[in-house]
Design a protein around this ligand. Structure first.
Ligand SMILES: [Zn+2]
Length: 258
């Protein structure tokens, strides 16, 4: 009996609080998932957002006047069929990021006027052929991150796109010599992080040459086990005796000889 009275007291206190003029009080209660039916029509958007975040009556908020409330619905993975046409790109971006989409919806978002939305579609790995030709570099970066159409994107004018290709370890021999510093940095970083990436010393007339990055080392010096430029592990030493014939010598053997 005593417990029952205590609960009734608490309920009454909660109802009093939910009528509070203090927005923060109502937000706090709504965040707890309490009194949600009462807060559905609250004048404060943060209160309504808290209702949405509890997954309560989402349909009621699809046309809410406040953008962040509609965005919160998309974040729940709900309402794509309506929110895909929302006037605010941040809402459409949330749709592209969080909602399950049909193919025709993906097509619509891949042609969205906002690059932020198209980039989200690329992040999903969708419509990559179309988006590899996107006018915005940030969209093309996302395509490159998927390792898609790297050969095509290798000539991209944006260093950010080429840097993304370098991070994939693609065509490092070209990107290690890129005119942009960030591209060269990423190429080198990839080589460092993939210590098992292998290259070979090629012995030429006056120097050793790294087969991966073309770094040249005076042949009077002892070639290191890693290339000083691309840091690839040098697994073999090749002497080009003639143009037709390559002689491969095992590393250990090479050190014994030299
Ligand atoms: Zn090298």
């Amino acid at each position: 009996m005593e417990n029952y009275i205590e609960i009734e007291k608490l309920k009454n206190a909660l109802i009093l609080c939910s009528n509070s003029f203090d927005d923060n009080v109502r937000i706090t209660i709504a965040k707890q998932g309490l009194c949600l039916d009462k807060f559905v029509h609250d004048k404060n958007p943060f209160v309504r957002r808290a209702v949405v975040e509890n997954g309560y009556q989402l349909d009621l908020f699809l046309y809410d006047e406040d953008m962040m409330v509609r965005k919160a619905i998309a974040k729940q993975g709900y309402g794509a069929n309506i929110l895909i046409y929302d006037k605010e790109y941040k809402v459409r971006k949330a749709v592209a990021k969080y909602c399950k989409l049909y193919n025709d919806q993906i097509t619509i978002l891949a042609k969205d006027p906002a690059p932020e939305v198209r980039a989200e579609i690329a992040k999903r790995g969708e419509k990559l052929t179309l988006l590899s030709k996107d006018p915005n570099e940030l969209v093309r970066v996302e395509v490159a991150k998927h390792g898609y159409r790297l050969k095509y994107l290798l000539d991209d004018p944006s260093p950010l796109v080429r840097a993304a290709i370098a991070s994939k370890g693609y065509c490092l021999e070209i990107l290690l010599n890129d005119k942009s510093e960030i591209v060269r940095k990423n190429a080198k970083l990839y080589a460092y992080n993939h210590a098992d990436a292998k290259s070979e010393w090629v012995l030429e007339r006056n120097n050793f040459r790294c087969l991966n990055c073309n770094f040249k080392l005076d042949r009077t010096k002892t070639p290191s086990k890693r290339c000083p430029k691309c840091n690839f592990v040098m697994c073999n030493f090749i002497e080009i005796a003639s143009k037709k014939k390559k002689i491969k010598v095992n590393w250990l053997l090479f050190f014994v000889i030299s």
